[in-house]
Design a protein around this ligand. Structure first.
Ligand code: ADP
Ligand code: MG
Length: 626
C-alpha cells in the first residue's frame, strides 16, 4: 500500500485556520484593531463598507513595519510578540498567535501600507488568497493601514452564510465598543459607508463609557474599586434601577482585554441580589488587573475566554466589591423598580420649570366606566401612584373590536356584545356567552395579578399582564400595518439623548415608527427630538418604550419588514401592558377580559405564553371527588 498522508499546502492550511479565527467581518475588525493597539497607536480609524462585507480598513499611527516584516506578517505563526513558550505565560499584548493576518489574507483581498517612524518611505503589499500580488515602495503616513476587501470571496459558502448588513454591523459595533472600552486613552473613530458613527476622543473611562452609550449613562454609573494582592478592580456598575431587561451592557476586561465569563457574571449578579426585578440584568463595566502569569488566554482562538488561577477567590472579591459600592453610594435598596423607572422624567423636560405638566390632561380619578363612555377611551389606573404619568391608556377605537353601547349599564351587556368569533376561536366565543340567570362573567382580581371569572362551563383564570400584552399587540399590529397612524402632537417637542448606534438604529426604523404615530423632528449625533407620539402612549413612557424597543431589536434583529413590525408591536405591548401589582377595578377587569376574547388569538401572549387557563366544572368536580 502506498502512503496516503501528505502535508497541506500553506494556503489550504491558512484557509482552515481562518475558519477558526475569522467567523465574520467582526472577527477581522477585532484582529486588526488589536494589532493597531499592540503597535502602540494613539489614533485608530476603522472604515467599513457594507457591514464589512466589501471593505474593512484599519488605519493606525503606530510603529509600522519594516519592508521585511510587512512581507512576513502574512506568514502563519509569524509574530513579533512572543519568542518562546515561556512568553505565553507573560503576555502583555493582545495578539501572540501570529495567525490573524495569515488567515485573513487567505480569504480576502488585502492591501497593506506601512511605514516606520524613522523611515522616509514605506511598503505597500497586495495579497489575494495567500498569494502576494505586488510589493512596492511607497510614500505613506507613519503607521499602518490594512484594507481587507471582499471577505470570503473564495469561500462562497461562508460568504452566503453571512447575515444581513444590520446583523453584521451590530457584531462589528460590539467588537469596536469592546476594544474602545478597553482603551479609553486611545482615540477611535468608526465610519460606515461614509458616515461617521463614532468619534471617540482619548479620555478617561467614565467619559469613554458615556461617549459610547450616550449622555444619559453618566448619572447611572457608580464607581467600583478594590485592590488586593491578587487583583485590582476598577470600573463602574449601573444603579440597580437602570438594570436591563435584556442582557446587554455587561463588560469584563482583564488586563485591558474584553473577556466573557459566566462565572464572574454570576458573582456580579449575586451582589445585586434582591435589588433587581426578576429577569433584569445589571449593567457593568468591570476592569481587572491581574499578574499576566495568573491567567491563561490561550484556551480559545478568539481569546475571549480566559482561565484564572484563583477563580474562587476572584468570585468572592468581585461580589464583595460590587456589594460595597452599592451600599456606599446608597443605591440600595430600590423598592419599586417599575415605578421608579417610570416616574423619573428622563429627558430635559424636568428642567423646564415653567412648563409643568403641559400636555397631561388626564384626570386621575376619571373612570370611564362610572359615567357614560362617550369618549372611547379607558384608563387602567395604576393604584400605587397617583401620578397621571403612569396611567395606561389605550385608544379603544382600535383596540376594541366592538363599541360599547352607550347604555351599557351592566357587565352582562358587555359580554353579550362580543361578536361571535368564527372558526378556530369558536370555543372562546362561546366561553362568555351571557346567561342572564347565572353569575357568569363576574370577575375577581387575585393577588393583583390574575383575574378569575366564572364562565358557563366552569372558571377561567387570566394573567392580567399577559392578557393585556395580547390585546395591545394585536392593536398595535393593526395600527401599524392597516390603519392610518393616530398621532398626538406634543406641545413641547422632547429631546432624548441616545448613543450614536442607538440613534442609527432608531433612524433605521424611522418610517416604521412613524407609521405607529411617532413624529421625529430632528436626529442629531447624540439626540433625537420627538414632536409627536402615538396616542396610545403617554409622554413619560417614550424613553422607556424606545429603550425597550432598542433592546428587543438588538436581540431579535428582524430581516423582513413584517417581522420588523412584529418586533415593534411586541415591544410596545411589553412596555405598556398593565403590570402585576396594578389594581384593576371590576369594570377594568371586565374590559380586559372582554378585549382579550375579542382578539384573534386570545390564548397566547405575543411572546408565546398562555394568557388564561380554564377549569371546567367537571375538572373541579374531579378534584373534590377523590
Ligand atoms: P499576532 O498579532 O498574533 O502577532 P498577526 O497575524 O495579527 O499576529 O500579526 C502578525 C505580526 O504583524 C504582528 O506580530 C506584528 O509584528 C505585525 N503587525 C500586524 N499588524 C500591525 C500593525 N497594525 N502595526 C505594526 N505591526 C503590525
Ligand atoms: Mg494580531
Amino acid at each position: 500500500m502506498s502512503d496516503i498522508i501528505q502535508l497541506l499546502p500553506d494556503h489550504v492550511a491558512n484557509q482552515i485556520a481562518a475558519g477558526e479565527v475569522v467567523q465574520r467581518p467582526a472577527s477581522v475588525v477585532k484582529e486588526l484593531l488589536e494589532n493597531a493597539i499592540d503597535a502602540g497607536a494613539s489614533v485608530i480609524t476603522l472604515l467599513l463598507k457594507d457591514a464589512g462585507k466589501t471593505l474593512i480598513q484599519v488605519i493606525d499611527n503606530g510603529k509600522g513595519m519594516s519592508a521585511t516584516d510587512a512581507r512576513l506578517c502574512f506568514e502563519r505563526h509569524a509574530t513579533s510578540k512572543i519568542k518562546d513558550a515561556e512568553d505565553l505565560f507573560n503576555l502583555s499584548t493582545k495578539g501572540f498567535r501570529g495567525e490573524a493576518l495569515a488567515s485573513i489574507a487567505a480569504i480576502a483581498h488585502v492591501e497593506l501600507k506601512t511605514r516606520q517612524d524613522n523611515e522616509e518611505l514605506g511598503t505597500a503589499i497586495k495579497i489575494e488568497g495567500s498569494t502576494v500580488v505586488s510589493q512596492d515602495i511607497v510614500s505613506t503616513a507613519k503607521g499602518t493601514s490594512i484594507a481587507v476587501k471582499n471577505l470570503f470571496y473564495n469561500i462562497p459558502a461562508r460568504r452566503n452564510f453571512l447575515k444581513s448588513d444590520t446583523v453584521e454591523t451590530r457584531h462589528i459595533i460590539d467588537e469596536f465598543q469592546r476594544v474602545a472600552l478597553a482603551h479609553p486613552n486611545i482615540s477611535f473613530s468608526l465610519h460606515h459607508n461614509g458616515n461617521e458613527v463614532y468619534h471617540l476622543k482619548n479620555s478617561n473611562l467614565r467619559k469613554r463609557i458615556v461617549a459610547i452609550f450616550g449622555n444619559r449613562t453618566n448619572e447611572k454609573l457608580v464607581p467600583i474599586e478594590e485592590q488586593t494582592d491578587i487583583i485590582t478592580i476598577r470600573g463602574f456598575i449601573a444603579k440597580p434601577e437602570y438594570a436591563k431587561k435584556k442582557r446587554g451592557e455587561q463588560f469584563f476586561f482583564v488586563n485591558d482585554r474584553f473577556i466573557k465569563s459566566s462565572y464572574l457574571n454570576h458573582a456580579v449578579n449575586s451582589a445585586f441580589e434582591g435589588l433587581l426585578e426578576q429577569g433584569a440584568h445589571p449593567t457593568y463595566f468591570i476592569y481587572f488587573e491581574v499578574p499576566p502569569n495568573s491567567i491563561d488566554i490561550n484556551i480559545h482562538p478568539t481569546k475571549t475566554e480566559v482561565k484564572f488561577d484563583n477563580e474562587k477567590a476572584l468570585y468572592a472579591i468581585i461580589r464583595a466589591t460590587v456589594k460595597h459600592s452599592l451600599g456606599q453610594y446608597n443605591v440600595a435598596p430600590v423598592l419599586d423598580f417599575n415605578r421608579d423607572a417610570t416616574l423619573d422624567t428622563p429627558y430635559e423636560f424636568k428642567d423646564k420649570s415653567s412648563m409643568s405638566s403641559p400636555t397631561i390632561t388626564v384626570d386621575p380619578t376619571f373612570n370611564p366606566f362610572k359615567t357614560e363612555p362617550t369618549e372611547s377611551q379607558h384608563t387602567y389606573e395604576k393604584k400605587s401612584t397617583a401620578s397621571t404619568s403612569t396611567s395606561f391608556s389605550t385608544p379603544s377605537k382600535s383596540s376594541y373590536k366592538h363599541d360599547y353601547k352607550k347604555d351599557a349599564g351592566s357587565w352582562e351587556s358587555l359580554y353579550s356584545n362580543i361578536e361571535p368569533i368564527e372558526d378556530t376561536s369558536v370555543s372562546q366565543g362561546q366561553l362568555f356567552e351571557s346567561t342572564q340567570e347565572t353569575e357568569t362573567g363576574k370577575t375577581f382580581q387575585i393577588q393583583k395579578k390574575y383575574i378569575l371569572s366564572s364562565i358557563k362551563s366552569g372558571v377561567v383564570l387570566i394573567h392580567q399582564t399577559l392578557a393585556h400584552q395580547r390585546v395591545l399587540y394585536e392593536e398595535y399590529l393593526e395600527n401599524i400595518t392597516v390603519k392610518e397612524a393616530n398621532s398626538q402632537q406634543l406641545l413641547f417637542p422632547i429631546n432624548i439623548s441616545f448613543s450614536s448606534t442607538d440613534i442609527e438604529m432608531i433612524y433605521g426604523m424611522k418610517s416604521d415608527l412613524e407609521s405607529t404615530g411617532f413624529v421625529f423632528n430632528e436626529f442629531t449625533k447624540d439626540s433625537i427630538t420627538i414632536g409627536g407620539i402615538p396616542i396610545a402612549i403617554s409622554e413619560s413612557q417614550i424613553t422607556l418604550i424606545l429603550e425597550q424597543l432598542l433592546d428587543d431589536m438588538k436581540l431579535e434583529v428582524p430581516d423582513t419588514s413584517f417581522s420588523h413590525f412584529d418586533v415593534m408591536a411586541k415591544s410596545f405591548a411589553k412596555s405598556l401592558a398593565i403590570k402585576t401589582g396594578t389594581v384593576l377595578s371590576e369594570k377594568e377587569q371586565e374590559t380586559l377580559v372582554n378585549n382579550l376574547f375579542s382578539c384573534k388569538e386570545p390564548s397566547v401572549s405575543p411572546l408565546g405564553k398562555a394568557t388564561f387557563k380554564t377549569l371546567t366544572l367537571q375538572e373541579i368536580d374531579t378534584i373534590f371527588s377523590k
